[in-house]
Write a protein that binds this ligand. Structure first.
Ligand code: NOJ
Ligand code: CA
Length: 823
């Protein structure tokens, strides 16, 4: 916005001066114009802005002094020098703004108001307060709100990289060919930092930034550019369309630095499953920092193959096909090959060295599961990080749901919450019944060790946007509000806050990846995300709390989140037409009056709680109008340490882990793994980092003890035996037992402590193709240890057939392992 010239030229004075009379001898009256440059500043909590220059420009020979006051400055933001101040005509004055840590993240419109006698002029300034600068990586993402960006489709911050010399002709300036690059890049995301920070989001998930194929892939008569990033040619450097023509890390590093300065974490999408299409473009070939690394077309014969050369997956419920077949046409990497293993783990480590705070792991269902346990362990060993994987499944009755639970619980890789996403989409886009959402939350909360780490979403780049399914912005607001209040770490897909959608062919891929055409900070969805993201920081109930359905019918869902004395109650009525009478509602909120935390943004209102018993306080009945969301909350001081989070949940001795919660106190107390005190590295009231102690591997209760002695609730922690190496175990000559499943167990924690039950052991094993009595499985086991292992079979009726003998194997200290034995 430009400064307004609001000078006091009244028409009377013009008339008095005879303006209209044609004499033209009286000079126009003097006035002045106030300007502020720049007209917006981005400043993070605890820091001071760059200088803003406030100038008084003389108009028509104005001479004098202007008194400039500052209006609308929010509490906690201070200006230096203090206002009001005087600025003489023709001069300017620099000012800076300091934002206290207490200032809520968001956009604040302030005004410099200048006056001199009867003259006045004003200049606006937008102050965007972002989160405090981040210096250490996070392991606890539960309080974060993630914003997902398809880099190519967000903002073009550097037109010079649009048509790079090494990969020409893949760019469409008209943005009409949906399979071409459109110009968005890492610099573009950086340039929109104020927009992002003002929305309150605290993490950005970018599409894979690694170097992708340099030529179009002609597949089935259509030419495709890898604008989405999932067709890597070199995972060790940055794509030239997103960074620079030399594939350097500069643009990535700059973006990470800018994000961290504004309290925003960077999450990199990483695809370990494949390189690129095997039937076009670069035919699957992979480079390592520009040097040839793997050739799909000229791959060594097994067992030295870097790729699998199996058919395309047709049965997405078959664990063998999922892990070893080809996803569509994507050259399927053999992670059990030592070169591939170190290439992939090296790429992840390199991103961590460049400041990535976490990873979204692509297609985790399709990558060798045991190897992924070792990838997770390698990442956690390299430094603090957060991992979540894409296990695409329908819902909690999906045939792979049980495997997804085991995978996440044992690997420490959180999952994108597909079951909840599908339920939410059905409820909000297809007008489904809220019980679907509630049942999904209940089921998942009882299966996952850490349901608060599930990464929740309603829209994604792979699905039609909600608005394409049902063009109703109320429903988007309602879905976002519930998503941001639900347990799990919410993801907002770029553009949802602008109600972006393109409905061509139903709006799915590629039409859900449309160009981000506006950056309007006043849409209800943008405001909503801002408020709910701030609430997630302020009230630990959202990040750490339990979930309790308090009132439900097909249109109405009232959900309570509670973390000891921190409580958030959200009520959603998704009906477009019908008000619902809410009586018989109880809450854990203490008796009293509560106003809508969203200040009526989505039609919310105040409500009244009276005294009840057992944490069930009656709410005075009210009518919940159509398409309304109301949020009521209270945050209580912790009387004793309250533990809400642990990351990583599985770690070997010597790793640094983080416990999150509140009421830990300001001076260091103790962290106990079982009964063993861990060495504390840092201590604050809400976060403690500690070194995992040398205790026997096993499952422990983690507690935090305040300096005064009060002890927290416990969270489960698994102390692993050591660094985890991927080993492929094969057993031959297995006696045939009709319908039997084969399992592996062994004498360490990782293999199940010799317990011969399917839930404790590893498996079921997969059939070695073409060998009727041979079975195998890849599993992560502790480096350098000598393990004793054995196999057993289970029959449908639960009968266990034990192998009756054990095998011995020394796990390598690095790389990958392979052991084949006879039953
Ligand atoms: C899932 C991603 O989300 C999708 O966009 C991609 O095409 C496939 N994995 C393959 O990488
Ligand atoms: Ca560009």
């Amino acid at each position: 916005m430009r400064a307004l010239l609001a000078v006091a030229i009244c028409c009377c004075s013009l008339v008095a001066a005879g303006c209209g009379g044609g004499g033209g001898t009286t000079p126009p009256p003097p006035s002045f114009a106030l300007t502020a440059s720049p007209s917006s500043v981005l400043v993070s909590q605890g820091s001071t802005s760059a200088r803003v220059q406030i100038s008084v420009q003389a108009v028509n020979g104005f001479q004098g002094t202007v008194s400039v006051s500052l209006q609308g400055l929010p509490a906690g933001v201070t200006a230096s020098p203090a206002f009001p101040l005087s600025i003489s005509s023709g001069t300017s004055q620099a000012a800076t703004f300091t934002v206290a840590n207490s200032v809520a993240r968001g956009n604040y419109n302030v005004t410099f108001a200048g006056s001199s006698g009867t003259l006045s002029s004003s200049a606006p300034l937008l102050v965007t307060a972002s989160g405090a600068a981040i210096s250490i990586p996070a392991q606890d993402f539960k309080k974060q709100v993630i914003y997902q960006i398809v880099t190519d489709r967000f903002f073009d911050g550097d037109p010079s990289n649009n048509n790079p010399p090494q990969s020409p002709g893949m760019y469409d300036a008209t943005k009409t060919n949906w399979q071409m690059y459109w110009g968005g890049d890492l610099a573009g995301i950086q340039q929109q930092m104020a927009y992002l920070a003002g929305m309150g989001i605290t993490a950005i998930w970018i599409s894979p930034p690694v170097d992708n194929i340099n030529v179009l892939a002609n597949l089935g008569g259509t030419s495709y550019a890898p604008y989405h990033g999932y067709w890597a040619r070199d995972m060790q450097q940055i794509e030239e369309h997103f960074g620079d023509v030399n594939n350097t890390w500069t643009a990535f590093d700059n973006l990470v630095a800018a994000a961290h300065q504004n309290g925003i974490r960077m999450i990199v999408d990483f695809a370990a499953n494949h390189s690129n299409p095997n039937d076009g473009g670069e035919f699957g070939a992979l480079l390592d920092k520009g040097q040839p690394f793997a050739s799909y077309q000229n791959d060594p014969a097994p067992p030295n193959n870097l790729f699998h050369h199996n058919p395309t997956i047709t049965n997405f419920n078959d664990p063998f096909q999922l892990q070893y077949y080809t996803l569509v046409d994507l050259a399927d990497l053999n992670q059990e090959n030592s070169q591939v293993d170190s290439y992939l783990k090296g790429a992840v480590a390199q991103f961590m060295q460049h400041g990535a705070d976490g990873f979204r792991l692509d297609a985790v269902k399709d990558v060798t599961w045991g190897w992924e346990y070792s990838l997770a362990n390698a990442a956690f060993t390299a430094g603090p990080t957060f991992l979540y994987g894409e296990w695409n499944e329908g819902g909690t009755s999906d045939p792979t749901y049980a495997d997804s639970v085991v995978f996440s619980n044992r690997s420490g890789i959180a999952l994108l919450d597909f079951p909840l996403a599908n339920a939410m989409r059905d409820v909000f886009a297809n007008n489904g019944d809220f019980h679907e959402i509630d049942d999904t939350i209940t089921q998942e909360n009882s299966n996952f060790v850490s349901p608060s780490d599930l990464v929740t979403f309603v829209d994604s780049h792979d699905l039609p946007r909600l608005l394409s399914v049902n063009n109703n912005q109320n429903r988007v607001n309602e879905a976002l509000a519930l998503l941001l209040a639900c347990r799990g770490i919410p993801v907002v897909l770029y553009g949802d806050e602008q109600y972006l959608h393109n409905d061509t062919n139903g709006g799915g891929d590629p039409y859900s990846r449309l160009w981000m055409s506006s950056f309007n900070t006043s849409t209800p969805a943008y405001q909503l995300i801002n408020q709910m993201a701030n609430l997630r920081q302020a009230n630990p109930a959202l990040g750490y709390g339990t979930s309790q359905q308090r009132w439900i019918n097909s249109d109405v869902y009232i959900l309570e989140r509670q973390f000891v004395s921190d409580i958030v109650l959200i009520a959603v009525n998704k009906s477009e037409t019908m008000a619902h009478s809410i009586s018989g509602l109880y809450t854990a909120l203490a008796p009293g009056a509560y106003s809508d935390y969203l200040n009526g943004l989505l039609g919310g209102f105040s409500m009244q709680v009276s005294a009840g018993t057992g944490g069930n306080n009656p709410v005075t009945p009210f009518s919940l109008p159509p398409h309304t969301v109301s949020v009521w909350q209270a945050s209580g001081a912790a009387a004793a340490p309250e533990l809400g989070s642990l990351g990583p949940r599985l770690a070997q001795a010597g790793l640094t882990a983080t416990a999150g919660g509140e009421g830990f106190g300001s001076s260091a107390g103790m962290v106990l793994v079982g009964t063993t005190a861990a060495a504390v590295q840092s201590w604050s009231d809400s976060s403690v980092t500690f070194v995992v102690p040398s205790v026997p591997p096993g499952n422990y209760n983690l507690t935090v003890q305040a300096n005064g002695g009060a002890t927290s609730n416990a969270l489960p922690m698994t102390v692993l035996t050591g660094n985890e190496m991927p080993v492929t175990f094969t057993v031959n000559n297995v006696p045939a037992a009709a319908g039997a499943s084969v399992y592996l167990t062994g004498n360490d924690l990782e293999l199940g402590n010799n317990v011969q039950t399917p839930t404790s052991a590893t498996g079921p094993l997969l059939a070695v193709q073409g060998a009727a009595s041979s079975w195998f499985i890849n599993m992560a086991v502790p480096a350098g240890t000598q393990i004793q292992f054995t196999f057993f079979q289970t029959l449908a009726d639960g009968t266990v057939i034990s192998e009756g003998s054990t095998h011995s194997y020394t796990v390598p200290t690095s790389g990958v392992g392979n052991i084949a034995v006879n039953w």
